[in-house]
Ligand binder design. Structure first.
Ligand SMILES: *[C@@H]1O[C@H](CO)[C@@H](O)[C@H](O)[C@H]1NC(C)=O
Ligand SMILES: *[C@@H]1O[C@H](CO)[C@@H](O)[C@H](O)[C@H]1NC(C)=O
Length: 539
């Protein structure tokens, strides 16, 4: 999924890096895999700091002091398609033309075509399996076409038009051209979010401008007059004129934001494309309640004693659901926020599941009651199953499980790495089969139309809901989904072997991992990493 930021400060003596730091902390929930920022100021030089891990660990005080300049961009990476093994932290950088750096949130569906185009047509080397590197190089290649010593807004808009023509998928981006500007753009379907805001210095009247994935990052820094980018719209904020220029670069194809932002991903206090995430979650709870009551033939109250949320995302919906049903709401699960990774010896079976390490059921709230557990969604079903089991062990009589989202039966292809289709518990299963699978007495899903209704806003046409329907708004290349599953499987294997090796090393058993495994890892990594390089029969 990822979080992106861009900022230009009107006072050229001010530093952009502390602002980028603060925004990164606020957008941390959008990606904990890697963090990075690039700044630029009086000279042409770009200053960067990036690495794997959380923003607070990557952006240390010591590293931050070197990041000078009044403009910059930042990125928080969420692992897409399980490919964090081989990808670099963003923002990505290309030196030609002009020195461009880019942060991208989303996923492209015609990446294999773009790779080939970059190799055979414009001869650019791609060194990771990240779509973001493809996107940046397409932009650079288009901009290169004008073959000018100095860039201007017109060239950038034209180059972006080229990006829109080549790149299919979801993309919200912030970018920077050394010494010239910060820019931002959103895909022609508006799948991933991006907002713009301004801030006026109370004494000097000097203006600052900022771009971010979620409104809360802008609001927290005192930016106002927020506006969501329209699908196909871009902005350029040149450092010297400080006059933002917006342009509808290509006509919007549809305005269909990804509904998963509301279900699960975005922060509750954000407002995206005119819809409060909090309010949408309240409505999801109410609609879900009505649906459940219908399924009980109007007798939900007679069948359910208590509504208990699975923390944290589902809390607001669960409370609204309980209110609508007229059934008591109780916090039956206590969540431990301080669980990090655990330590497992090589031959030791994991004794307690990660769910149980994080959650504890309070018996008093479950004992001899028919409980309705409410979660934001059900993906693989393994967590849900464990939670149902915990409720039973705590003494619940009957355990009903409700999901604020409809059944997830398909891949998420625009940047939220859920699972392979076959690993989804609702894949090829109806409600009854799912409840059997997770050992619940009954499972209730949100109706898709109800979910859309809960997030509805006049400015938006519809939503991207491919995870529920299998119909994706941008269409998909024939082989894309198979490729995705292959990459996932390979990366899963790399992860497992790495974990085994780490555990063996920790136990002082350097020989625990066979040579075969190691060879296997490097072979697989290479094959998913660099698809094209200067070897092969292409003339
Ligand atoms: C960043 O956040 C901290 C704590 O909220 C605040 O004190 C500081 O002024 C902020 N910095 C900038 C540059 O906004
Ligand atoms: C995506 O890839 C196809 C080739 O599979 C190409 O023809 C097309 O121009 C690309 N871009 C878009 C926006 O569809």
């Amino acid at each position: 999924m990822c979080g992106i930021v861009g900022i230009v400060l009107g006072d050229q003596t001010q530093l952009a890096s502390p602002e980028l730091f603060n925004a990164s902390m606020i957008l941390q929930h959008r990606g904990q895999d890697a963090a990075g920022m690039v700044t630029n100021g009086n000279g042409g030089r770009l200053y960067q700091c990036k690495g794997n891990g959380m923003a607070r660990d990557v952006f240390t005080q010591k590293r931050m002091t070197g990041l000078i300049g009044n403009m910059g961009i930042a990125h928080l990476r969420y692992p897409t398609a399980g490919s964090s093994a081989n990808s670099e932290a963003q923002p990505f950088y290309v030196n030609s033309p002009y020195g461009i750096t880019l942060s991208h949130n989303g996923n492209l569906v015609n990446g294999s075509y773009l790779k080939e185009y970059l190799d055979k047509e414009v001869h650019r080397h791609i060194n990771t399996d990240s779509d973001s590197e493809l996107l940046l190089n397409i932009f650079a290649a288009k901009l290169q076409n004008y073959n000018k010593a100095r860039v201007n807004n017109e060239d950038i808009f034209n180059a972006l038009k080229g990006v829109y023509q080549e790149c299919r998928g979801a993309y919200a981006c912030t970018g920077m051209i050394a010494g010239y500007c910060v820019f931002g753009f959103r895909d022609p379907h508006g799948i991933r979010p991006l907002l713009f805001g301004e801030r006026t210095h109370p004494e000097t009247g000097v203006k600052d401008y900022m771009l971010a994935s979620e409104s809360i990052a802008l609001e927290a820094a005192g930016f106002t007059n927020l506006r969501d980018f329209k699908p196909g719209e871009a902005v350029i904020i040149p450092r010297d004129t400080m006059v933002p220029e917006f342009r509808q670069v290509v006509p919007a194809k549809t305005f269909t934001p990804d509904i998963f932002e509301y279900v699960y991903f975005a922060r509750t206090d954000s407002i995206l494309d005119g819809v409060s995430v909090y309010r949408s979650r309240i409505k999801m709870g109410e609609k879900l309640a009505q649906n459940i009551n219908r399924q009980f033939g109007g007798l939900a109250k007679e069948n359910i004693d208590v509504v208990i949320p699975v923390p944290d995302t589902a809390r607001h919906s669960a409370l609204a659901c309980a209110g609508e049903l007229g059934i008591p709401y109780r916090e039956g699960f206590n969540k431990n926020r301080y669980i990090g990774r655990t330590f497992i010896m090589p031959d030791q079976k994991e004794r307690v599941s990660s769910v149980r390490r994080k959650l504890n059921a309070m018996s008093l709230e479950f004992k001899d009651r028919n409980v309705l557990l409410v979660d934001d969604s059900i993906v693989r079903g393994t967590t849900s199953k464990e939670i149902v089991q915990m409720a039973r062990e705590a003494g619940a009589k009957k355990v009903f499980f409700a999901s604020c989202a409809p059944p997830i039966r398909f891949n998420h292809i625009y940047g939220i790495d859920l699972a392979d289709t076959r690993a989804l518990v609702a894949y090829n299963r109806d409600d009854e089969q799912v409840s059997k699978e997770i050992h619940a007495d009954r499972v209730f899903y949100q109706d898709l139309e109800d979910l859309k209704e809960a997030c509805k806003y006049a400015g938006v046409d519809d939503f991207e809901v491919g995870v529920f329907t299998g119909k994706y708004i941008t269409g998909v290349e024939d082989r894309y989904l198979q490729e995705l599953e292959k990459v996932r499987a390979q990366n899963q294997r790399i992860k497992e072997i790495a974990a085994r090796r780490e555990a063996a090393e920790a136990a002082g058993e350097s020989t625990a991992i066979g040579f075969d495994d190691v060879m296997d890892v490097s072979a697989k990594a290479a094959d998913t990493d660099i698809g094209l390089y200067n070897v092969g029969d292409y003339q």
